[in-house]
Design a protein around this ligand. Structure first.
Ligand SMILES: [Mg+2]
Length: 351
């Protein structure tokens, strides 16, 4: 394994919108999850640079963002367009013939093979300038010895830069980082860590591995390695491709599964239609719920085989959402299909 180069598009959805509506650059705007008519009930997915200067952030309710900036421009999310832009970037990266992992719609990791630091940096500069001139979008690139570190470097250097942390610089780089700057350490794990006195990454390195295993299971030893600069996570080619999905904000918050099923039916139909248009199979289904208190959860189930079945998508998603709701009420539900495969050349179809 060589050095890992991790590329993350800057404020991706908003940048895509600026690309096709350059006049928007002069205005504060957000891309949100709800239709324009129901925007007050939606949540900010991405805000552009100007909106950020008014303290508008992603995951903030649109209603709150409008209070911060009353003439804020609102755009409903157009994931199809963003996915088209994303596939241009993936194509461009493919031309380098390196091992690549598409981690999400706006994040890709490359294994730079036998390149040394100098060559990896030159490679990153080339990629960044090509994405800027050929696609027209800004990005940040992190380079380091593993995928996890490359991601952290990328986060630390955002936006619109290239950052590199060499092996001998890793411990210094990690020294002042909070535990949740490690990808995979979310709110719950962070709370758990804080409870046993772990706040910064070096605190993990000082913690006995046994205690880490007791508290964080299989993730424990991994955390230990990460904190000591010994992580070796690499680029996994063929990892989940870009997913497709739909979501909708409801007229009124509800926990009524009959009403929710009706909506999911609609969403699943549209999603399967798009899947078929793209001539693809899926293997994993996710149900997504945004609760009345705006907190958000998603749950994913992997099916035994690749399929393009509507029934499997609908049935699985409804079951997952019912599970997630567990008596609570939702303001928004969604479906997502992932582990996509092109139909051409697929030979393992059982459905
Ligand atoms: Mg991004």
């Amino acid at each position: 394994m060589g050095l890992v180069l991790l590329l993350d598009m800057d404020y991706f959805f908003a940048a895509c919108e600026e690309l096709r509506h350059p006049e928007l650059k002069q205005k504060a705007f957000v891309v949100g999850t709800a239709s324009t008519e129901k925007k007050e009930r939606g949540v900010v997915q991405t805000s552009n640079y100007l909106a950020r200067s008014f303290k508008i952030k992603s995951a903030m309710p649109v209603a709150m963002a409008m209070k911060l900036k009353p003439d804020l421009v609102y755009l409903p999310s157009d994931e199809k367009f963003y996915e088209e832009e994303s596939s241009k970037i993936v194509k461009l990266l493919e031309s380098y013939h390196l091992e690549m992992e598409v981690m999400s719609i706006d994040e890709m990791a490359l294994d730079t093979g036998d390149a040394d630091y100098k060559k990896a940096m030159a490679l990153a500069e080339g990629i960044k300038s090509r994405i800027s001139s050929e696609v027209g979008l800004p990005c940040t690139i992190g380079i380091s010895t593993s995928k996890i570190y490359a991601k952290m470097v990328c986060d630390a250097f955002k936006p619109n830069k290239i950052g590199m942390v060499r092996k001998e610089e890793l411990l210094g780089f990690l020294a002042d980082k909070d535990v949740d700057s490690i990808s995979g350490v979310g709110g719950k794990t962070k709370e758990r860590m804080n409870r046993i006195g772990i706040y910064k990454i070096p605190d993990i390195a000082k913690c006995p591995p046994l205690v880490l295993r007791e508290n964080f299971g299989r993730f424990g030893p991994e955390l230990y390695k990460i904190a000591r600069g010994e992580d070796e996570s690499g680029v996994e080619e063929g990892a989940p491709a870009i997913s497709i999905g739909r979501e909708t904000t409801m007229e009124r918050d509800t926990g009524d599964m009959k009403k929710i099923s009706k909506l999911v039916e609609e969403l699943a139909k549209e999603t399967i239609e798009e899947l078929k248009n793209r001539n693809m199979w899926y293997r994993a289904v996710s149900g997504k719920v945004r609760y009345s208190d705006f907190s958000f959860r998603t749950k994913t189930r992997r099916l035994p085989n690749y399929t393009d079945s509507y029934d499997a998508a609908f049935g699985t998603c409804v079951a997952l959402i019912e599970d997630l709701l567990d008596g609570k009420t939702a303001r928004k539900v969604g479906i997502r299909l992932s582990e996509l495969e092109p139909k051409k050349g697929q030979t393992t179809i059982k459905f």
